[in-house]
Design a protein around this ligand. Structure first.
Ligand code: FRU
Length: 491
């Protein structure tokens, strides 16, 4: 509608609920031309509370239609995060082969149990829909996976494991993941644990995801295990790590034990991938919650709180026997590119202000830059500013070979002590850099070198940014490509 979605800070090409609180994306599944997005939702206020699954669908991952709430809390508890799958073979018996059930697998969080000091207040339940996710029936004998007495026991992500013809559930259990298998989505058998001695443990493990992916351009298959952690990210707060390895239907074996981060920014959490993406498409599609538990409940939006990241494709690269998961914006981004302004290729020394040449100054905006250099510049990047004297900078430093987003020069930062930050990540760009940058009313997503490094950060400027500079200092740089796209609002 007209007035909603025009409020200050309201994202114009990212998903937000019309009103009230949202956290994790849940149950993403593709079926009959629709990408479903469910999400942790509190319909009564703009802070976290009794959790429901909100619901939206999209035909193109970019334009979303809001649908009524899919799952409401019941006597077993709040509806926490989880996943959804299409049961095409009718293993559950909830549908038929002609009319397969969409099955949601989620966590029940029982508040009374928690208040009473019990440890077993989280269990897993299921529900199904026979009408494209529009209405849901909860399984009458929920929960399907009881709690063995562990406080954190949640966020089931279910996939069909072709080789063993079983469903595999990956569950976050405090400081590790547990794998369970099932023939029918109802009866679950414990298979194995992974992670106590692997990766990062700065916070509780949450929202895991397990999926196969081919190394780009080859037939070599690897398995990725994604795990979000509640605290201890590379730049502070909640963040997402991943492991590359193998999975045989029972156990996940990780290659190496170093921590790999999916995103080095502060605002990409609890993301997982879509189920049942058609094979002819073949992409691994991801979306994250664009916030951080450090300040999610106090960011200065009141009618609604939180947005999702722009949907991303995950791509596995292999170089010198090292595997690396890149993230890039989905190609459907093209659908919202409106005008394009191209800066001619040239060699540049010093500051380079595009404000007066670029015919539009407005966010939402995409900036694509491909730059070459002989000697690394002191600094190369993008600076947004406005007449209130605010700045937001995203830049590469050739001096310490790192990429930075600096959100300390904003005026609206007092809502949280830890929001104003200089977020940094190591990356070495000896001969040049490629940047794809998506800027919405209150977020910036930077994809460096085709998504080798990603940084996602929110910002809340007191005034709109209306000046854009491409900043470079130190050595000469040579512009190979510089495109500025005005992006359309999807609302
Ligand atoms: C992650 C999380 C999940 C949980 C949900 C509750 O942000 O804590 O582990 O299921 O949020 O809303």
């Amino acid at each position: 509608s007209e007035k909603i979605y025009k409020e200050p800070y309201r994202p114009q090409f990212h998903f937000t609920p019309e009103t009230h609180w949202m956290n994790d994306p849940n149950g993403m599944v593709y079926y009959e031309g629709e990408y479903h997005l469910f999400y942790q939702y509190h319909p009564e206020s703009s802070v976290w509370g009794p959790m429901h699954w909100g619901h939206a669908v999209s035909k193109d991952l970019v334009h979303w239609e809001h649908l009524p709430i899919a799952l409401y809390p019941d006597s077993l508890g709040y509806i926490f995060s989880g996943s959804a799958v299409m049961d095409y073979e009718n293993t559950s018996g909830f549908g038929s082969k002609d009319k397969p059930a969409m099955v949601a697998i989620y966590t029940y969080h029982n508040m009374e149990g928690e208040k009473a000091g019990r440890n077993d207040f989280q269990s897993q339940g299921i529900a199904y829909s026979l009408d494209k996710g529009r209405t849901w029936t909860k399984y009458e004998k929920n929960p399907v996976l009881k709690n063995p007495g562990i406080r954190d026991f949640r966020d089931p992500k279910v996939i069909w494991h072709k080789e063993s013809k079983k469903w595999i559930m990956t569950l976050a259990v405090q400081d590790h993941t547990s794998f369970y298998s099932s023939k029918n989505l109802i009866d679950w058998t414990f298979e194995s644990d992974f992670g106590k001695e692997f990766g990062s443990h700065g916070g509780v493990w949450e929202c895991p995801d397990l999926f196969p992916i081919n190394v780009e351009g080859t037939d070599e298959e690897k398995w990725i295990l994604i795990v979000s952690i509640g605290a201890g990210g590379p730049n502070g707060g909640s963040t997402t790590q991943y492991f590359v390895g193998d999975f045989n239907g029972k156990e996940f074996v990780s290659i190496g034990n170093d921590t790999k981060w999916l995103d080095y920014g502060r605002d990409n959490y609890a993301g997982v991938t879509w189920s049942n993406v058609p094979e002819e498409d073949g992409r691994v599609l991801f979306i994250g919650w664009m916030s951080n538990w450090q300040y999610a409940t106090v960011v200065p939006t009141y009618k609604w709180r939180s947005a999702n990241t722009f949907p991303r494709e995950l791509v596995l690269k292999k170089e010198d026997n090292n595997y690396h998961l890149n993230s890039v914006p989905v190609k459907e981004l093209e659908l919202i590119r409106e005008e394009c302004y191209i800066i001619p290729n040239q060699d540049i020394k010093g500051n380079f202000d595009v404000t007066n040449t670029i015919p539009f100054k407005a966010i939402p905006l995409e900036i694509d830059l491909e730059i070459a250099w002989d000697e690394q510049p002191q600094k190369f990047g993008v600076k947004l500013s406005n007449s209130a004297g605010e700045e937001l900078e995203a830049f590469y430093s050739g001096v310490n070979e790192s990429f930075t987003i600096d959100r300390t020069k904003l005026k609206n930062i007092s809502f949280s002590d830890v929001f104003a930050s200089i977020d940094k990540a190591k990356i070495s760009c000896k001969t040049g850099i490629k940047l794809q940058i998506l800027i919405d009313e209150s977020s910036i997503e930077v994809f460096v070198n085709d998504g080798e490094l990603v940084m996602t950060d929110q910002f809340f400027s007191a005034e709109k940014f209306d000046k854009i500079d491409v900043v470079s200092s130190g050595n000469n740089i040579s512009v190979k490509e510089a495109k500025f796209y005005k992006l359309k609002s999807v609302w």
